[in-house]
Design a protein around this ligand. Sequence first.
Ligand code: TEU
Ligand code: CA
Length: 602
Amino acid sequence: YSTPKWWKEAVVYQVYPSSFQDTNGDGWGDVKGITARLDYLRRLGIDIVWTSPIYKSPQADMGYDIADYKAIDPIYGSLEDVDNLIVELRQRDMKLMMDLVVNHTSNMHPWFLESRSSRTNQKRDWYIWKPPKSVSDAGVPEPPNNWAQILGEANSAWTYDIVTGEYYLSIFTPDQPDLNWENPDVREAVWDVMRFWLDRGVAGFRQDVINMISKVPSYPDAPIVLDPQTHKYQPGTQFFVNGPKLHDYLREMNREVLSKYDTITVGEMPGVSDEDEILRTVGAEAGELNMIFIFDVVDIDKPNVRMALKPWAVRELKSIITRWQRCMIEKNGWNTVFIENHDNPRSVTRYTDDSDAMRDKGAKLLALLQTTLGGTLFVYQGQEIGMRNAPTDWDIDEEYRDIETINYWKKCQQMYKDNPERLEQARKIIHLKARDHARTPFQWNTSSNAGFCDAGVKPWMRVMVDFKKGINAEDQMKKNTESDEDSGIDDELSTWQFWQRGIYSRKNHANVFVYGDYREISPDDPNVLAYVRSSATATAGGRERWLVVLNFSGKDVEWTLPDIVQVVTWATGTYDTRHQPQKPLEGTIPLRPWEGLLALCR
Ligand code: TEU
Ligand code: CA
């Protein structure tokens, strides 16, 4: 069993700062807004706040393009505001985690401005510059290889710079040139940034695409996997995801910086799913990072590009979850438990049913899942009130703000201008998968703009209207605490209250839910995910055991409790949140649509 650590038991809440809370009436969330909401987060049971980037940035990719690692962007506030946030967090026994975006900088970072200024500039080698592969007779330079950009797959991952007649690598967008980690000065500059924040009292980092920092040095062409008629450029991921020197760099980071502080570190590692490779980073003895984000669950509907759809089955979801739960226990690694972030659509829409009738049940089902799985729990802002995808009648050109969506939509409008069917398909993909869905302003209460910003202020992104229909924090927090308890109409806990209770129960039984063993029951069932969690250490009374049963379908199903599981009592469920579920203790258990149950076992 895994050694107890504070960063394993802590519950982390991801704040998307532009959409959390505006305090100065400019329609953008800000650092003061995070500080203003700490009591709210503490009440929910949050220990650590991770905020997406708030550094100085042109905001080409919402702050994932940093122009100064040691300054706060004026739209978010000042360094002083961050110092104050840290003080206020500390008073509540909470901590701050920052986003560390060091695979690339902004093209407006002074390092890059110097680097592009001439081929002989001393920072030339801080980025990845290559001559054109060829120049056509018409004088058009071709990029060094065929890799596609990630946030605009129609374009090359290389950007031509007229100043020196060379290309620079810019895997995400041309505004985000990749740093050259081969250069020791670059690494030293990153360590310096990390120390700057750790010395200021930051507890650690979520490290943006940290598995892309090492590239295969020969920069070969990628194999053709997408139709070359429509895709001039191909995914080059195999040449920069978990590249040859990744572990050298991460061990160096640990040696130079992390080992000197008591930190929490999470690597964002899209595109890797090999157990041994992952354990090189998160294994107990690995000496790299505490944990990573594994993308198998959030990429379950992803074929080879993200803006596309792939059908998936509940059985797959079950096997992914079970695989990583077992791997981390058996091989002594550590993992994150997450299902949402600022790059993914809302989980209640995606994995359950977000209709008015069902969304609360769906959100509770996912809450029960996440609060009972092993690993460090991450909650994304809005998840705790069951926020859902933006409505399909929003105009894409008007309301969507993400660069990935905009690039994709532009491309489709050009390509499919005479093909209404394909264009409709593209619209559907955006409705289901755009990153914008996670980025709409947080819904605090029923006042105009949902309490995100003052009435009369235009928020940077449109507020959804369903805050009036119960999807807001204030209503959900006071449910049952006032008169509706006696009305007898609906005395069930709200989504928020269910999350809160789940988080508290997880902490009270950390030995089981955070550290314990995991055993899947009836893996072949096509609808129901069921597992038993049992405590890491036995007490005089033996091991503590809990059974979780989750109906991942919108229909009534019957699920049979195997003899080896002996239920003592049904403790709670997604329908029966205030009274114990009335379910048989053995045999066939009827489950309602999206019903989840938790039982104490012998
Ligand atoms: O995301 C990296 C990443 O590869 C994905 O999650 C990405 O959003 C998706 O594949 C797009 O198709 C990180 C950040 O979380 C994201 O917001 C940034 O845009 C990206 O890095 C670049 O910094
Ligand atoms: Ca503001």
